[in-house]
Design a binder for this molecule. Structure first.
Ligand code: SF4
Length: 276
């Protein structure tokens, strides 16, 4: 007897951005980014690929504005890889302390600069393979240095902003940065990789922010499947506020209740001090 085969619903496995329709949507997104940010450039101030490399290492878990406050003095004290390579750790840690994670950053910078001196004659290499072999340098940092430092389109920078905006725009369903980059590389033309990296990250910082995207002011809105996200989040916020208001109304009033009560920081009722 023939076996009964129940057809299974197939999961969507195709990469977003590969179909002709998706490609034209990506082209529209890139065009809108060009129009909105024609002069997009990295916000980390630098005068050489080497300075950009150090600034990018410092920018982990830190804002570019904070890094820009630290680097002018830092590069005066340590002008080249050799100077960083022989920097005493406590001195370097003190100089970069305000960027956070200063101990591990200092270790990475010294190790990276020693490798630059020993393996590359004090020069920052120009290939992804060589860069990612340096201590403290991952694919994201290497893409920043190659793209913004040397103008070499080797890939697309995937940081937290890129990952969020690309997901909201429906350009990827992945969560792993390497897989996100693979999706984006397949969708975005190589000639746009450098600009796209910079413009999307700026877009994530200023418009498509994590907590509340500004969809109403977004130039990518016509091409974005998440364009109602801002309204949906605001609606959810107002429902939560109303609920909190109703719960609050049940709290006995101070004098009318003949006593003093309040809510602690978790919203639980608690007696006023001295009335336990
Ligand atoms: S429309 Fe909203 S969710 Fe989409 S990219 Fe713009 S800000 Fe982000």
């Amino acid at each position: 007897m023939a076996r009964l085969v129940i057809p299974q619903r197939r999961r969507a496995t195709g990469q977003p951005g590969r179909s002709p329709a998706a490609r034209s949507r990506v082209a529209a997104i890139v065009a809108a980014l060009h129009e909105a940010r024609p002069e997009a450039r990295v916000e980390l101030e630098h005068e050489s690929p080497f300075q950009l490399l150090i600034a990018t290492i410092l920018s982990a878990q830190c804002t570019d504005a904070r890094v820009n406050k630290v680097t002018p003095e830092l590069f005066r004290a340590y002008p080249d890889p050799a100077a960083f390579a022989r920097a005493p750790h406590p001195d370097l840690e003190r100089a970069i302390r305000s960027t956070g994670f200063f101990r591990s950053k200092a270790r990475s910078i010294v190790a990276c600069c020693r490798a630059l001196v020993e393996r590359h004659g004090g020069q920052v290499p120009r290939t992804m393979e060589e860069l990612t072999r340096l201590p403290g340098v991952g694919r994201k940092t290497a893409n920043v240095v190659l793209g913004a430092g040397y103008g070499i389109a080797s890939g697309i920078v995937v940081d937290t902003h890129m990952a969020r905006v690309a997901t909201r725009l429906g350009l990827t369903r992945q969560t792993d940065p390497v897989k996100i980059e693979r999706d984006l590389l397949a969708a975005v033309p190589p000639t746009e990789w450098i600009f796209f990296s910079i413009a999307m990250i700026l877009h994530g910082r200023t418009i498509c922010q994590a907590r509340l995207p500004r969809c109403g002011a977004c130039p990518l809105r016509p091409h974005c499947p998440s364009r109602h996200l801002e309204a949906a989040l605001l609606a959810a916020k107002s429902v939560r506020a109303k609920r909190r208001g109703k719960e609050g109304a049940r709290v006995p009033r101070t004098k009318a209740a003949g006593g003093r009560t309040g809510r602690n920081r978790r919203g639980r009722l608690h007696p006023a001090p001295g009335r336990t």
